[in-house]
Design a protein around this ligand. Structure first.
Ligand code: FE2
Length: 293
């Protein structure tokens, strides 16, 4: 296992600057006095920092996964990828008229915001509550193409962002962020982490009688995606909110348990119910509302 600071994992030169260090400090201290504006954790993409080798890495990752996904990913994911103009030719732009954000804004109002690195949980939830997705801008090194110790732009954008173009998933994710930001109860914090894991990161969905991929950890990983659909060792269970929240997950090997949605409406409705329960348990103290349906 490599550690975060080891050379050769990600192109860290892109985030080795004063702006990124200041933004990371905001993310690390968010919620403390003087650190209440999460947008100060955002940075510029600094697109010129990508090398030709970085661009080649993007094309390689895109090419070896998109052909498989055409057959095996949720139609909602594929339609979203087309809608935000996700292409093999270049690492996505976050700003400007050719950016994924340009198209996302018109579809659901979600935006992807560049961040300098790992965000603590509350900072991450604060972004989601604003319909903003904190996005790693750096990309893994060519020599580490199959080894990803931490998210990079391929995982964060290729894996996550196409679903943000879908109005139902978009509302679900914002409500999730609001609920997770609101709760300080460790019991619910753990349950919400499990929900995120088994849906946003590793979710499956039934479409046209077939099980398809939508979780970013599956979408962005050739090994994990094929294992998720084909391995006889995977227990694929129908999505049921309470059961998902009761299921512990493991992070260092292929997932032995996955949950299969019937529809994204099912996920949104279950999240809205959970959020309402959290809200009523804090009656008089919270101001959270689920995203508009
Ligand atoms: Fe992720």
């Amino acid at each position: 296992m490599k550690s975060k600071g080891m050379a050769g994992c990600l192109n860290h030169a892109m985030i080795d600057n004063v702006q990124a260090k200041a933004a990371q400090a905001v993310a690390d201290h968010f919620g403390e006095p003087g650190f209440d504006d999460i947008t100060k954790a955002y940075i510029d993409q600094r697109y010129e920092g990508y090398s030709e080798e970085n661009q080649e890495t993007w094309r390689t990752l895109f090419d070896r996964q998109m052909g498989y996904l055409d057959e095996h990913a949720s139609e909602t994911y594929l339609a979203g990828a087309r809608a935000i103009r996700l292409v093999r030719e270049h690492i996505p732009y976050l700003d400007g008229t050719k950016s994924i954000n340009h198209f996302l804004r018109q579809l659901t109002g979600w935006q992807s915001k560049a961040v300098p690195g790992y965000l603590p949980a509350k900072s991450f939830f604060a972004c989601l509550a604003r319909r903003e997705f904190p996005t790693t801008v750096v990309i893994r090194a060519k020599e580490d193409i199959d080894y990803l110790p931490e998210p990079d732009i391929f995982h964060d954008i290729f894996g996550h962002v196409p679903l943000h173009a879908d109005p139902t998933f978009a509302d679900f994710l914002q409500t999730y962020g609001k609920a997770a930001l609101l709760t300080d109860d460790p019991f619910h914090t753990e349950r919400l982490a499990r929900l995120f894991w088994f849906t946003v990161e590793f979710g499956l969905i039934r479409e046209g009688g077939r099980v398809k991929l939508y979780g970013s950890g599956l979408i962005s990983s050739p090994g994990e995606s094929r294992h998720a659909l084909a391995s006889p060792d995977v227990d694929r269970r129908p999505f049921e909110m309470e059961r998902v929240c009761d299921t512990a997950f493991e992070i260092d090997h292929f997932q032995p348990i996955l949950y299969v949605l019937d529809s994204f409406e099912q996920l949104k409705d279950a999240m809205n119910s959970y959020a309402q329960r959290l809200l009523s348990s804090r009656a008089g103290t919270g101001s959270m509302q689920p995203a508009a349906s």
